[in-house]
Design a protein. Structure first.
Length: 145
């Protein structure tokens, strides 16, 4: 049985610190973190203020532990990449959605095309659409930090 997870999370206050130069290195670093957690990433992508990751959740791990580890390790890593990242933080929250194998090709394309997608749709509107699609009740006061 596969437990495929689509994880979405933002930089603190949606600060646009994820430059085109840092993103590929960040995603490569995060890929290594997922591997160490025995939850290999299928694809990682995003834009200047957020990340999408599609990964296979290990049967022996809690989702919250994987997310905490990836965010904590990559935050520490990015802060070491230069003074412009000294005050880098991820938002506290995240969106995590279980998907089926048949959804993987479409989601992979979606993640690959994040920069183009976000020329037309903000991260906040994107997350609202995912929450609505997956019928997740939420309170706006608690999802943006």
């Amino acid at each position: 049985m596969k437990n495929l997870i689509h994880l979405i999370y933002s930089t603190k206050n949606r600060n646009g610190l994820l430059t085109p130069e840092i993103r590929p290195r960040l995603y490569a670093y995060q890929n290594g973190v997922y591997k160490k957690c025995a939850s290999p990433a299928i694809i990682i992508g995003g834009d200047k203020d957020h990340v999408h990751a599609l990964f296979l959740l290990s049967k022996n791990s809690k989702l919250t532990e994987i997310i905490e580890h990836v965010k904590k390790a990559s935050s520490k890593w990015i802060k070491a990449q230069g003074p412009e990242f000294a005050h880098f933080y991820w938002q506290r929250g995240y969106g995590a959605f279980s998907i089926g194998e048949s959804q993987v090709p479409d989601l992979r394309r979606y993640i690959q095309n994040q920069e183009e997608h976000h020329k037309h749709v903000s991260f906040q509107d994107e997350l609202r659409l995912f929450l609505k699609r997956y019928k997740v009740d939420y309170d706006e006061r608690y999802i943006w930090d």
